[in-house]
Design a protein around this ligand. Sequence first.
Ligand SMILES: Nc1ncnc2c1ncn2[C@@H]1O[C@H](COP(=O)(O)OP(=O)(O)OP(=O)(O)O)[C@@H](O)[C@H]1O
Ligand SMILES: [Mg+2]
Length: 253
Amino acid sequence: MTTPMLEIRNLHARIAEREILRGVNLTVPAGEVHAIMGRNGSGKSTLSYVLAGKADYEITEGEVLLDGEDILALDPSERAAKGLFLAFQYPIEIPGVATMTFLKAAMNAQLKARGQAEMTTPDFMRAVKEAGQSLHIDSDMLKRALNVGFSGGEKKRAEILQMALLAPKMCVLDETDSGLDIDALKIVSDGVNALRGPGRSMLVITHYQRLLNHIVPDVVHVFSDGRVVESGGKELALELESKGYAGFDEAAA
Ligand SMILES: Nc1ncnc2c1ncn2[C@@H]1O[C@H](COP(=O)(O)OP(=O)(O)OP(=O)(O)O)[C@@H](O)[C@H]1O
Ligand SMILES: [Mg+2]
């Protein structure tokens, strides 16, 4: 059997004395795109934060293997260097740091951590311009402070630009579709689809079945009360859309 790209085994996590993740089991094979759907507050963003290694969460049980390697003991930058990428539900604003500068620093930090040579400025500019073009991100936007004053859709596009440049192995997209207009949804989806490939897996968290018409998942998971309660093909998303989450809560109980 080949090693899955991401394997989450019986993951339990707490924040502020509250257990939010209650035994998550989830396996994403290399090259596959999996979707997670689940009601507000079920713990989806918590899962993405715990995967990325955000502080404040206490892992009480379980394992997370990235390409066969346990990552729970690693800090966020080490996880990123191993090829994990998280696109936030609410991208953070960094006043005073131009988007271009941020992207270059992020990229070079990763190249360094992987033992590769830093990119020269002209090479980097070329890479950004190329990746930015398909995402409709112009050079004016790249000169502005990261995410400061960006519209909701612009923030999401900037996240995907970062993802395209860093070329991660495992991408976790937390509600990348929320707040996108129809054109932006298509732009972002095309950007994500362009990055699909045998060496890269994705976990796409969404509330909307319509995203999955653009980014067609291999597997859909239903998340409820801190764990995966049902997994199936993309038709599961349609079933959810028509029936709601009620039927699946019983499976969790
Ligand atoms: N710092 C915290 N202190 C206490 N509770 C928290 C904290 N952070 C998150 N929670 C709680 O954890 C639960 C899960 O939150 P989470 O953001 O993971 O949900 P979600 O599934 O992503 O929801 P949504 O679909 O609305 O984005 C919520 O009840 C939330 O209030
Ligand atoms: Mg969330």
